[in-house]
Design a protein around this ligand. Sequence first.
Ligand code: C2O
Ligand code: CU
Length: 478
Amino acid sequence: DARGRRGAGPTEWVPPRNPPKASPPVQHFTLPFVVPPVQRPVRDDVSGTYYAMTQRDASIEIIPGLRTPIMGYEGVFPGPTIMARSGRPTIVDHTNRLAVPVAVHLHGGKNPPAQDGHPTDLMAPGTARRYAYPTDQRGATLWYHDHRLDFTGPQVYRGLAGFHIIRDAVEDALPLPAGDKDVPLLITDRLFEADGTMYYPSSDPSLRTPGLYPWAMNGQYGDTALVNGVPWPRMEVSATKYRFRVLNASNARHWDITLDPPPPSGDPFVQVGSDGGLLSSPVGLRNIVMSPAERFDVVIDFARYPVGTRVVLVNNDRTIPVVTELMCFDVVRRETETATVPARLAPPLDLPDPADAVGIRHFDFTRRADGMWGINGAMFDDRQSLASPALGSTEIWEFTSDVAHPVHLHLVHFRVLSRSRPQSPEPWDGGWKDTVRVRPGETVRIVSRFEGWRGKYVFHCHNLEHEDMMMMANFTVQ
Ligand code: C2O
Ligand code: CU
C-alpha cells in the first residue's frame, strides 16, 4: 500500500534510492544451466509425504563475483522443488526465520481455505506452521510462492518461489521425455544494483532496499534474465526431445518466447500441458506468450538441428528494459531417441460446460483515478467478497482490462471460453488454466466449476505490483 496504511511491517518513510541504470553485466551463455534441487521428504507413510521447509535470509552468488542477499525457501533461489504424487497428501511444515511475515500459497493447488495461503493468513517471524495439501488433483506443474498482503512483490522478487510438481499415472504411462529430459524452467527478470543486491523499492525497511512503491507501480521489471536463478545460462542437450515445464515467475514481465534459429521443419514447441496438467492432445506453437504465473509444458525436439548448433531461447516482447534472450541450448551430441509425443495425451478433459453456467459475472481490471489498481473500481478489502458462487456450481466470469493483466483464481482451474480479439480462444488457451492473460482492451470469458471447499479465497492480477497495489478481491464459495 503506497500510503503505508495496512502494511504489517514498520512504515516509517525512508528516502528512495535511485534505480540503477543497468545491472552489472553478465556474459550471456557462459554460466552452466542448473535444475533447482529436489526437496527430500522427512517422512513418508500411509498418511502422506512430509516435508520441512525453512524460510531464511541467505546470500548467494547470482552474478559472478557478487553476493546477492535473498529471502529463500531453505535459503536457495529458486526454492527446492517438491515432487508430489496425485492422490497422496503432501504435508509441508514451514518455519519462518525471516524478519517479515509470510504466507505460502500453492499456486494451482486445490486446497481447503486454511491451507491456501490467503494473503491475510500470515506466519509471523519466528513461527512455524503446517500446510497440508490433500493433492486430490491431476498431475500438473504447480508452484509455491509468498503471498504476504501488500508485500508479495518484494518477497517473491527476493526469492520466495519454487516448483511443486504433481505426477500421476496418466503421465507415467506416456512415452514423453522423462528423467533428466523432463526439465523445469523458472523464468524471471531482475534488476541488480552494482553490489549485486536486487533492486526493489519497498516501504517496509526490513525488506532492505529503502524506497517507495509508486516507482514500481506499473510492475517491477529487470534487465537480467534468470532461468532457474542463473543469468542467461547455457544448457548442453543431446539431439533428442526434451520436455520443459516453463513457468513465468516474473513479477510483471510477459514473455513472448521462441527459438532462434527456428527448426528447419515443424513448430519450435509442441505444447503438451498447461497450468492444470496435460492437454488431451498436443498443440504445435510457433511462439509462446506467457504472462506472469502461467505454465506451459512443451516438448522441443533438438534432433531437427545438426550437432554443434546453438539454439537460443529468445524473447520478442519489447517491454522496457528490453530482454532479448533467456538461455541457450547447445546441441552437443547425438543420442538414440526413446521418447515420442503421442497424439492422445490424456483422456478427454472434463472441462466445465458453459451450458451448465448458472450466471455470468463481470470483472473490470483497471487502474483507478487515484493511481491504485482495482477490480470493478474497488481495492482489495478483506471484509468483502466480490463473488459468492455456490459450492459445485458452474459460472462464467468475464474479464475486461485497460492494460495486460494476468488474472488468477485460487482454488479452481477453469476453461478459457472466448476472447474478443480474435473471437475464439487462442491455441495456447487450451486445457485447464488457473491464470489467463487478458490483453489490453480485451474481453475474456472463462467458465469454472467451484468445486472442492466452501470458504474464502482470492482472485487477483498476477502482476505482483498490481496485486500489491490492490488489484485483488475475495470470493467466497458457499
Ligand atoms: Cu500465484 Cu494468488 O497467486
Ligand atoms: Cu495487472
